[in-house]
Design a binder for this molecule. Structure first.
Ligand code: NAP
Length: 500
């Protein structure tokens, strides 16, 4: 991303290393801006490999003591963080909205998701389950215990700037790891506020460290540092592949949560009003900038014209504006880069022969000129066009007609990604078949492609990730090593598998 130059009188924020906020002398800085108004929100340190080195040192130094802190005590501390977020929910939600442009209820929802997950993880401090199984031998116990990995790097995107960092930080901390967190540059103010709550809750120095700055510098240095034992990364598929390769040089554990191209299928027997609410929320919520956003609408031919008509009709009264204002349905996209990418894809789609049915342009005039507003866009497309296969990550919905359920599943699955999927039908058999056959980590029946709940695993297959899952009890798997323990209390040498 382009890093803007510092402007005078903007609040300056530091790095958080070893329990102290600091601004290294002579460090260059960058600013973040409100994508709806252009207002500068804060100035942040462009850290270098030197600061990363110090942050990793602090985390490594804090690790032995944090690891020895009983997990239920770590959980109590997390509960305090959740309380602080609750007290600050309005302010934090507004910061999310101002820094990345989702409407205020969604900004607050982002914070609520962080609260929910931290509370859930604090309870995990009283479980951290291993297993106990019978031995083939007498007077012998066989079991597993979980151990922390060590220093963890958390590298996060801008689209859920409080929820996603906390999905990683809270799960890593409850498991006994220490963390160096690098937020997306675009949402460094959110990242700073995420960490401040942990400081205010009394987290010991070094257990959580914040390093702001460019991914190619800060992220890169973190991944290459041999003291960092695990990397938890959420972002684009291309970046994720680079992260994976670099991590492989050190045989590091790398968990990747990447892009999506999520379909909503609407069959002839669907409740169309429900499906309409679903697709509007799924495709245009957060301006389509969710990894689980609905970017493909696959409609069975019997209801195609009617359902498309209903969608286009509803979009006529869909309000795009400043996301802090009440009654606005959709805010801007998050940055100039995002706007450019989205407009380019709209152009590509039309050049490939997709028919523009709504939107398709940058909104201009009045307050729109201050920000990055793109009209909610509907393209009637044919499966195989780039707009039906590649992640756009914006308010662009590609609509396709299919003959039957079989074709719907075939089209839905014929993409490189596999994060979320949805089907609207009243047919129980087809619902379960969809559940079985849709190639995605998540399937919703009669609900949109978005709507994760923290107590369930979250993640995808194919190019969406490398097999791990965040949230749910699986969140702990990402941040713990399993140790197998045998306790032989027979007082003699016993040999498994060997007779005599
Ligand atoms: P991105 O450009 O890949 O950036 C993600 C993070 O990686 C940012 O912190 C970025 O820092 C950092 N980064 C960039 N280059 C790096 C490098 N060479 N080495 C290490 N770190 C590097 O993605 P984004 O635009 O922020 O987010 C959008 C993408 O995230 C979409 O593809 C979306 O689908 C995906 N996403 C996936 C999930 C999921 O759970 N599957 C959830 C949310 C979003 P800078 O900001 O400084 O560039």
């Amino acid at each position: 991303m382009a890093l803007a130059k510092t402007v005078p009188k903007v609040e300056e924020y530091g790095l958080f290393i070893d329990g102290k906020w600091e601004s290294p002398g002579g460090a260059s800085r960058f600013t973040t801006r409100n994508p709806a108004t252009g207002e500068v929100l804060g100035s942040f340190v462009s850290a270098t490999a030197k600061e990363v080195d110090r942050a990793v040192s602090a985390a490594a130094k804090a690790f032995p003591k944090w690891r020895e802190t009983p997990a239920p005590k770590r959980g109590q501390l997390l509960l305090r963080v959740a309380e602080i977020y609750r007290e600050r929910k309005d302010e934090l939600g507004e910061t999310v909205t101002m820094e990345m442009g989702k409407i205020l209820p969604e900004g607050k929802g982002d914070v609520q998701e962080a609260i929910d997950f931290i509370e859930y993880m604090s309870g995990e401090g009283r479980r951290l389950l291993g297993e106990t199984v019978p031995s083939e031998l007498r007077n012998k116990y066989c079991m597993t215990v979980r151990q922390p990995k060590g220093v963890v790097a958390a590298i996060t995107p801008w689209n859920f700037p409080t929820a996603i960092p906390n999905w990683k930080i809270a799960a890593a901390l409850i498991s006994g790891n220490t963390v160096v967190f690098k937020p997306a540059s675009n949402t460094s103010l959110c990242g700073t506020k995420v960490v401040k709550a942990y400081e205010d809750a009394g987290l010991p120095p070094g257990v959580l460290n914040l390093v702001t700055g460019a991914g190619g510098i800060v992220g890169d240095a973190l991944i290459r540092d041999p003291r960092v034992k695990a990397v938890s990364f959420t972002g684009g598929t291309d970046t994720g592949k680079q992260v994976y390769l670099k991590g492989a040089e050190h045989l590091k554990y790398v968990h990747l949560e990447l892009g999506g191209k999520n379909p909503q299928i609407v069959l002839n027997d669907a409740n169309l009003d429900l499906a309409l609410d679903g697709v509007l929320f799924g495709a245009f919520g957060s301006s389509g900038q969710r990894c689980t956003a609905t970017s493909r609408l696959i409609i069975q031919e019997g209801v195609y014209d009617r359902f498309l008509g209903m969608l286009l009709d509803r979009l006529k009264s869909f309000k795009v504006g400043n996301p802090v204002d009440r009654g606005v349905d959709m805010g801007p996209v998050a940055s100039a880069d995002q706007e450019k990418k989205v407009l380019t894809y709209i152009d590509v789609g039309q050049k490939e022969g997709a028919k523009l049915r709504a939107g398709g342009k940058k909104l201009t005039g009045g307050d729109y000129d201050k920000g990055y507003f793109v009209a909610p866009t509907v393209l009637e497309a044919k499966h195989g066009m780039r707009v039906t296969k590649e992640e756009i990550f914006g308010p662009v919905l590609s609509v396709m007609k299919v003959k039957d359920f079989e074709e719907a599943v075939r089209v839905a699955n014929d993409v490189d990604y596999g994060l979320s999927s949805s089907i609207y039908t009243k047919d129980v058999n087809l619902s379960f078949q969809a559940m079985e056959r849709l190639e995605a980590g998540i399937t919703y029946i009669n609900a949109p492609t978005i709507g994760a709940e923290v107590q369930l695993p979250f993640g995808g297959i194919k190019q969406t990730g490398n097999g791990g899952r965040e949230a749910g009890t699986t969140a702990i798997d990402e941040f713990t090593e399993i140790k197998t323990v045998f306790v032989d209390f027979s007082n003699k040498l016993q040999k498994a598998q060997i007779e005599g």
